[in-house]
Design a protein around this ligand. Structure first.
Ligand SMILES: *Cc1c(COP(=O)(O)O)cnc(C)c1O
Length: 388
C-alpha cells in the first residue's frame, strides 16, 4: 500500500517534530560547532535532566535500550549463575539483555487483563539463585510499585525496571524508573521520547551502579586508558542527547495527548465488548502513558485477529502486533527449554492482541474512524453469518 492510501497511520513522528524543527536544528548546530560529539556537554546535561524528570539521581546514556538493560544488569552486579525473572510477553530485547549479562532468564506468565507480569507467578519462580526481577512497564503502564517493593523485600531480589515503553509514566506516586535499583529506557524513534536514531539510558539512585555503568559503556575505563573491567563501546551520541533534551519538555503534553486519545478509544470501543473486542485494561489510571493502545480480539469474536487486521489495512488504517511470538517460543531461544503451553496468558495474548494507531496528535475523529472501521468489519461478518 502506498502512502496515499493511508488514512490513519500507526505513528506519525512528523507531527511532533515539525512545530519544533528550528529548535531541534539549532541544538544539532550547536553540537557541530562545539565538536564534542562523544561524551559531550549536551549528553551530560540531558542525562541529568532525564534522571531528574524520572525521579532518579543519575543517568547514564548508552547506545540503545538493549544496551541499557544488558550493561545495566551488569552494573547491578548481576553475573553468570544468577537467575533473573522476567515476563514471557515482552519485547525480545529484555531477554537479550539478561542473556548478555550472563544470567539465566526465568520466564513467568502475565495477567491476561493488563498484560503486566503476574507477581504471584513470579513469587513461585523464586529460587536461592534469584538475583533480580525485571518488571516491564508494558505499553506504557507501570507494574504496581507497591507490589514490586513488597516482592523485593519478601524475596530479597533487586528490581530492575524495563521502562523502555514508559517515559514519565506514573503509578501510586512513583515515576517509572524510580522504583527499583535501576531502570532502562530506550530512545528508539517511535518510543514516547525518541531520538533521531538509536539511543538509551540507565537511571539509578545508586552512585556505585552509576559509576560502574559509566565505565561499562566506555570500554571499562575508570579513567582514560586505565581499564578496570571489560566494558564495551556504547555511548549515547552527544547529538542525539541534544535532540532528546529539546524534546523532553514536550513529553508531558505528548503523553497527555496519548492518554486523551486512549480515553476516546475506551469510550468508542465500549459497545464492542459484548462482541469480543476489549482493550487491555488500565489499572494505573492517569499515569498510563499509552506507548501503545492494544485491544484483544477474543476467540468468540466473529472476525479473527488476522482478518480484522487485513480489513483495517484495506481501508487505510495501520495496526501492529506487540508481540506475535512470546519470548519463550522464539526460535533462537529453544535451548532455554520452554514449550507451548508453559505460559497460557502470554500465548493467548500473542494470538489475540492488536495495537491500534497511537501517537501525539492523533485526533478524536481519527480514533472514531478506526473504531467505526472495526465495528463495520464485525457487522459485515455478522450479516454474512445471518445469510447462511
Ligand atoms: C524498545 C524496547 C527495548 C529495546 O530498546 P532498543 O532501544 O530498541 O534497544 C527493550 N524493552 C522494551 C520493552 C522495548 O519496548
Amino acid at each position: 500500500m502506498n502512502n496515499m492510501n493511508i488514512k490513519v497511520p500507526f505513528v506519525d513522528l512528523k507531527l511532533q517534530h515539525q512545530p519544533i524543527q528550528t529548535q531541534l536544528q539549532q541544538a544539532i548546530q550547536t553540537v557541530i560547532e562545539q565538536g564534542d560529539f562523544i561524551l559531550g556537554q549536551a549528553l551530560k546535561d540531558f542525562e541529568t535532566a532525564f534522571a531528574a524528570a524520572s525521579g532518579a539521581e543519575y543517568g547514564v546514556g548508552v547506545a540503545s535500550g538493549t544496551d541499557a538493560i544488558a550493561l545495566g544488569l551488569q552494573a547491578c552486579d548481576i553475573s553468570p549463575g544468577d537467575e533473573v525473572i522476567l515476563p514471557a510477553n515482552t519485547f525480545v530485547a529484555t531477554l537479550i539483555g539478561v542473556i548478555r549479562a550472563g544470567a539465566k532468564p526465568i520466564f513467568v506468565d502475565c495477567d491476561p487483563q493488563t498484560a503486566l507480569i503476574d507477581l504471584e507467578a513470579a513469587a513461585r519462580a523464586v529460587t536461592p539463585q534469584t538475583k533480580a526481577i525485571i518488571p516491564v512497564h508494558l505499553y506504557g503502564q507501570m507494574v504496581s510499585p507497591r507490589q514490586l517493593l513488597d516482592f523485593s523485600q519478601t524475596y530479597k531480589v533487586l528490581i530492575f525496571e524495563d521502562a523502555a515503553q514508559a517515559h514519565l509514566a506514573e503509578r501510586e506516586g512513583y515515576r517509572a524508573g524510580s522504583v527499583g535499583t535501576a531502570a532502562a529506557f530506550s530512545f528508539y524513534p517511535s518510543k514516547n521520547l525518541g531520538a533521531f536514531g538509536d539511543g538509551g539510558i540507565l537511571i539509578t539512585r545508586d552512585s556505585e551502579v552509576a559509576q560502574k555503568m559509566i565505565r561499562l559503556r566506555n570500554y571499562g575505563a575508570a579513567q582514560k586508558y586505565i581499564h578496570i573491567e571489560s566494558g564495551t563501546n556504547s555511548r549515547l551520541d552527544t547529538m542525539q542527547a541534544a535532540v532528546l533534551h529539546q524534546k523532553l519538555p514536550y513529553l508531558p503534553q505528548w503523553n497527555r495527548d496519548r492518554f486523551n486519545a486512549a480515553q476516546k478509544y475506551d469510550m468508542e470501543l465500549a459497545p464492542l465488548a459484548s462482541s469480543g473486542i476489549t482493550p487491555i485494561q488500565n489499572h494505573s489510571t492517569e499515569g498510563h502513558i499509552y506507548h501503545l493502545y492494544v485491544i484483544r480480539v477474543d476467540h468468540s469474536c466473529v472476525v479473527q485477529r488476522q482478518q480484522l487486521q487485513e480489513e483495517l489495512t484495506a481501508v487505510g488504517i495501520q495496526t501492529g502486533i506487540h508481540y506475535p511470538i512470546p519470548c519463550h517460543l522464539q526460535p533462537a531461544f529453544t535451548h532455554l527449554g520452554y514449550h507451548v503451553g508453559d505460559f497460557p496468558n502470554a500465548e493467548m495474548l500473542a494470538n489475540q492482541i492488536l495495537s491500534l494507531p497511537m501517537y501525539p496528535g492523533l485526533s478524536h475523529s481519527q480514533v472514531k474512524e478506526v473504531v467505526d472501521a472495526i465495528a463495520s468489519s464485525l457487522h459485515t461478518e455478522q450479516q454474512k453469518l445471518l445469510l447462511i
